[in-house]
Design a protein around this ligand. Structure first.
Ligand SMILES: [Zn+2]
Length: 268
């Protein structure tokens, strides 16, 4: 006689145990956090103020072009072009400082809208500082066709240059800094990395052959955030990562599957 046996899914049996373990490790390992040093924060603030002043002057230059230079009779082309160039230099300068400030004191991804605006503000300013002027140039009745073409092309070129300077690709975020700093600390026990003036990676060892070569005469030591701030370096050297992992000793993969003998044998 065979009694009806309950069929138990192996995954159900392990789930409680596995869940508990997962929970425990989660509690042990809170999400990494990162905050700029007070000096970095105050330097970022100063850079942002200067950037704001430069952008205000850029928009002022645009206003001078629209309300003064374009209203001259006749319009002096080279004066208009000179104003556009000044406008562009101010917009680009402001954007470079603004992006440096964002690397010193990055925005958080928690607020998507704010994150986008803070990182792309230079691009927004470039549009404000040139698009109205471009429209006014092409609507102007006093400019001859050829003049319109030249000044219009210069203004569009300036918009492209200023826009490219303002656009932020791979924007820095608090979360990214936290993760990368945690990774370095986990591997090395301390937040110290090495990088060079023209390198694109930060390294965990100052004798890594990628930086310790005849091509480099100076190696900079600093934190993950400093590598980003100074040289906009975003990535960890793979050679260094593998070396550090090897030095730590490869941890055996923790298996979450219960061994067969751990399953209760309920024979009724
Ligand atoms: Zn390396």
């Amino acid at each position: 006689m065979t009694s009806k046996k309950k069929i138990v899914q192996a995954s159900d049996l392990m789930s409680d145990d596995a869940k508990a373990r997962a929970k425990a490790t989660e509690a042990d390992k809170p999400a990494p956090t990162w905050a700029p040093t007070p000096e970095a924060k105050s330097r970022a603030l100063k850079l942002r103020i200067v950037a704001g002043v430069m952008w205000a002057l850029a928009i002022g230059a645009e206003a001078a072009a629209i309300f003064w230079a374009l209203r001259q009779d006749p319009v002096v082309i080279w004066v208009l072009i000179a104003i556009i160039v000044v406008d562009m230099l101010l917009a680009v300068g402001g954007s470079l400082l603004w992006k440096k400030a964002n690397r010193l004191d990055p925005a958080s991804r928690e607020d998507n809208v704010r994150f986008w605006i803070q990182n792309q503000l230079g691009l927004i300013i470039a549009i404000i500082a040139f698009l109205p002027l471009i429209v006014m140039i092409f609507l102007d009745k006093d400019l001859e066709g050829k003049q319109k073409g030249i000044v219009g092309a210069v203004a569009i070129g300036a918009l492209i240059v200023a826009g490219a300077a303002g656009l932020s690709i791979g924007s820095p975020s608090v979360e990214e800094y936290a993760e990368q700093t945690q990774q370095v600390e986990d591997l090395m026990g301390t937040n110290t990395v090495y990088f060079t003036n023209h390198g694109t990676k930060y390294h965990l060892y100052d004798d890594c052959h990628h930086i310790n070569s005849s091509r480099t005469d100076e190696i900079i030591s600093g934190t993950v955030a400093e590598a980003r701030e100074l040289k906009n370096i975003k990535d960890l050297c793979e050679t260094c990562r593998k070396r550090a992992e090897k030095a730590l000793g490869t941890k055996p993969e923790e298996t979450t599957l219960p061994r067969p003998q751990d399953l209760p044998e309920d024979d009724e």
